[in-house]
Unconditional design. Structure first.
Length: 306
């Protein structure tokens, strides 16, 4: 297989490249050479700015292109149009944020957004790719992506938190669902799936209590876990989106962690145990981004009442 990766040196793209190389796939990267240049010295990197053109790829043929860095329909149209006759399959990494109604469990075929939000732009990108490639297009809609080289602290906060002493604030209710996909499992699906159309590439929902218990077990701690209800968190002025990692306090998004991933599983998606993801995150952890946890120790103590 000859694989072209648009991007390929940050998070999802890096996992795609690593998985493809493990399979012996011939990989070519197309990027600006600005994020982690030299990460793959053994690979051909074609330098270019996809927001302008992909002319540097003219005359090349690939079996598969994975587009993991397309955020605007105009930009995606440049690569989709230019590569239409040069690649057999176009795989576009979208998002479950495309769904217009997040108050019910999102499933493929449900209405998508048509606005200038992140989800709306991703939905417009999907339409560009599907228009160009038809049944040669795979649209992957992951939710929260976690695992090695994640540049956010949304997931890493929790195993890291259990490395510090003191009672742990747990948001909402123990039964509230958490849902995510390990970036390595997503990458395997992107490279290996032969299906077409939209697929929700998500793991199975798990109770937040089970996730926190797995983080505690991975660090060998015996921390007390104290649950603070969503109502109390909102009353305390906590941001309903970013105030506590993995917690969503917006009732309009109450089903955002109940996405139906059965279609992707039928098409070959497999997901690893959460303990493997936690271990990988801990092994590569370099501390919080910008040196500050999304929920500081001071704020945690305040919300727990001292």
């Amino acid at each position: 297989m000859r694989l072209l990766v648009l991007g390929g040196t940050r998070f999802v793209g890096r996992a795609v490249v690593d998985h493809a190389l493990a399979l012996g796939v011939e990989v070519t990267l197309f990027n600006r050479g600005q994020s982690a240049p030299g990460l793959y010295p053994q690979l051909e990197t074609v330098i270019g700015d996809r927001t302008v053109d992909v002319d540097a790829l003219a005359g090349r043929r690939f079996d598969l292109v994975v587009d993991c860095a397309g955020y605007g329909p105009g930009v995606v149209a440049i690569s989709a149009d230019a590569l239409r006759d040069s690649v057999d399959r176009y795989v576009f990494v979208s998002s479950v944020s495309v769904y217009a109604d997040q108050s019910v469990p999102p499933v493929e075929g449900a209405a998508v957004l048509d606005d200038d939000s992140y989800g709306g732009r991703k939905a417009a990108c999907e339409q560009v790719v599907q228009h160009c490639y038809g049944d040669r297009a795979l649209i992957a809609r992951p939710g929260l992506i976690v695992g090695p080289h994640d540049w956010t602290d949304r997931f890493a906060y929790w195993p890291r938190r259990f490395r510090r002493p003191g009672p742990v604030l747990a948001p909402g209710d123990p039964a509230d669902p958490a849902q995510f996909v390990d970036v390595r499992d997503l990458a395997a699906f992107l490279v290996g799936a032969t299906a077409d159309g939209a697929h929700n590439v998500v793991g199975s929902p798990m109770p937040m209590a089970d996730l926190l218990a797995a983080c505690r077990a991975a660090t060998g701690g015996d921390h007390e876990i104290r649950w603070v209800s969503t109502m109390d968190l909102l009353a305390a002025g906590v941001d309903p989106w970013m105030g506590v990692p993995l917690w969503i306090g917006d009732p309009r998004w109450r089903a955002a962690n109940l996405v139906d991933g059965s279609r992707a599983r039928a098409a070959g998606l497999t997901t690893r145990p959460v303990a493997e993801t936690i271990d990988a995150v801990l092994a590569g952890d370099r501390g919080p981004r910008n040196g500050r946890e999304p929920l500081s120790a001071e704020d945690e103590r305040r919300l727990l009442g001292g």
